[in-house]
Design a binder for this molecule. Structure first.
Ligand SMILES: Nc1nc2c(ncn2[C@@H]2O[C@H](COP(=O)(O)OP(=O)(O)OP(=O)(O)O)[C@@H](O)[C@H]2O)c(=O)[nH]1
Ligand SMILES: [Mg+2]
Length: 513
């Protein structure tokens, strides 16, 4: 027997973005070929799509981890990395998606409805894309962003037109088996049906579906029997039909008390799908009472006796026998009529092609707040600063300089200064904490000037071209005279000077990836 799974937890992992590449073009007779590192590809996303061919969540039960492909890294010669493939997960019609806190985030009804379960990370820019007037040959590239990882709960709420409610062994499965082509298990012991079955019923030109759910007993709302677990499959049913066993020999049971007992259980059930999903309370759903087993003589008498009393409650009553098929035609057409009326009043939902989850409306802003855990420290929050941190290779000084420029351009530095941060104050952005090293001495308002006039270029420890010339001369002079031992103005000092390009503030290249 195939297993029926109607509630699973899945872990959707989107692909990471590929890293950008830092590379310099090399070609014979072209010593300064320029940056040519390509961009990383975007990571693939995980998307849920309603597929009418899928009827259970069983696949997710066996394979709860769903991962989309990572983006490929960029490469030299301006080759961009390929995007990772998206992962499309087919889910049954009527799947409800809940987040880890149990909040409904999507109600997927209608073939083709999609839900973005996890968004792929963006690829990092390569150094070719990062080149700008100020930073002509960037010696770094941006890292790819990590893909989202979301834990989601999927619940299947069958989409049936008529839901059968009744005590165990009332004949619900028998009724479904004679009305439709479905062949559920039927036996004379309680709780034969352990999982809901759906059947398709044809009545003239009308076609509707009927759901056979496991039997209920008094106390089900408190977990007795199989509990109310399966009532979620009735939440979407247009019509609820009580199947009453008129031939039961159980003491203390009769059709009316059976109906009352189950009505009390239904009232105790709080549907998870609220009215904004276009559904009314279970209590407001139209009811039909089906008095079953009238092929048994005593049952037929009893059915006749209670019919008037049930009808007094305003519910249509049908006396039938699933075994002898008595009264089935009338019942089928009556159900079809109720379903047709419900369908005209509630047109089917238009499939939602894309269910867009609410995202931060404005990702340009940021906030700076004092860090409660560290005196004198600050926390910077904002989509962009946090993303930039993730894109930065912290072991590359030039990349760190680029980050500092971006933060400064966004106004983070100015805000920190305004809030009284001093040099060396611990600043946290996302997962990274560092000691603040203001590019501009705090309190000083340096206007942006022309290239080459930035105060930071006047570093006293800088070695200018003139100094280098002197050093070279001195070295050559020594070499000529003594043939060995150059003066110690070499490698270390030049290594320092090589970084002079970092932190230029007239960088006009304002990419935002
Ligand atoms: N005489 C008679 N027996 C019936 C009729 N309908 C069902 N039965 C019998 O009642 C017993 C229970 O039938 P099921 O259809 O399995 O009942 P159910 O409501 O699905 O029961 P659960 O799945 O346990 O909740 C079986 O032995 C059926 O043969 C009927 O109209 N007449
Ligand atoms: Mg059954």
């Amino acid at each position: 027997m195939s297993r029926f799974v109607d509630r699973v937890t899945i872990h959707a992992t989107a692909g990471n973005g590929g890293h950008g590449c830092s590379s310099v073009h090399r070609e014979k007779f072209k010593p300064l070929g320029g940056p040519d590192g390509g961009n990383g590809g975007n990571g693939g996303s995980v998307t849920l799509v309603v597929d009418p061919q899928v009827h259970t969540l069983l696949d997710f039960h066996f394979r709860p981890h769903a991962s989309a492909q990572n983006g490929r890294p960029g490469a030299g010669s301006n080759r961009d990395g390929a995007d990772g493939d998206d992962l499309i997960l087919p889910v049954p019609d009527g799947t409800v998606v809940l987040d880890a806190n149990g909040k409904i985030v999507a109600d997927m009804v209608g073939a083709g409805t999609t839900y973005a379960a996890a968004a792929g990370g963006r690829g990092g820019l390569g150094n070719a894309s990062l080149a700008s007037r100020a930073r002509k040959a960037p010696g770094f590239a941006l890292l790819g962003e990590e893909g989202e990882v979301n834990e989601l709960v999927l619940e299947l709420k069958s989409v049936a037109d008529v839901g059968l409610v009744g005590f165990p062994s009332a004949g619900k499965s028998s009724l479904v088996s004679v009305l439709s082509a479905a062949k559920p298990k039927i036996a004379d012991y309680p709780f034969t049906t352990l999982v809901p079955n759906l059947g398709v019923v044809t009545a003239g030109s009308d076609i509707f579906t009927i759901a056979d759910v496991p039997g209920l007993i008094p106390g089900a709302s408190a977990g007795k029997g199989l509990g109310l677990e399966f009532l979620r499959h009735l939440e979407r049913c247009a019509v609820l039909a009580h199947v009453v066993d008129c031939a039961t020999l159980d003491p203390g049971r009769d059709p009316l008390s059976d109906i009352d007992a189950l009505e009390a259980e239904l009232a105790a059930y709080t549907p998870a799908l609220s009215s904004d999903h276009g559904l009314t309370d279970l209590a407001d759903r139209p009811r039909v009472v089906i008095l079953n087993k009238i092929d048994v003589p005593d049952a037929a008498d009893l059915a006749e006796l209670v019919t008037a009393e049930v009808a007094e409650r305003g519910w249509p009553v049908y006396a039938i026998s699933a075994v002898s098929h008595a009264g089935l035609t009338e019942l089928t057409y009556a159900l079809a009529e109720l379903v047709r009326r419900h369908r005209t009043e509630n047109p089917p939902p238009v499939p939602r092609r894309a269910v867009i989850r609410p995202k931060a409306v404005d990702d340009t802003g940021f906030t700076v707040v004092p860090d409660p855990a560290t005196p004198g420290g600050f926390i910077v929050r904002g989509t962009r600063p946090e993303r930039w941190i993730k894109q930065t290779q912290f072991d590359n000084d030039e990349a760190v300089g680029y980050l500092a420029d971006r933060l400064s351009r966004l106004g983070v530095e100015a805000e920190l200064t305004k809030q009284g941060a001093v040099a060396g104050a611990p600043v946290t952005i996302g997962d990274v904490s560092f000691d603040w090293d203001p590019q501009v001495p705090s309190g000083e308002d340096v206007p942006i000037q022309g290239r080459g006039s930035d105060v930071r270029l006047d570093r006293p420890d800088r070695i200018g071209a003139a100094d280098r010339k002197v050093a070279r001369k001195a070295r050559r002079h020594h070499a000529d005279d003594f043939g060995s031992a150059p003066v110690d103005l070499g490698a270390e000092a030049f290594a320092d000077a090589g970084m002079s390009d970092d932190g230029l503030s007239d960088d006009l290249h304002d990419d935002d990836r």
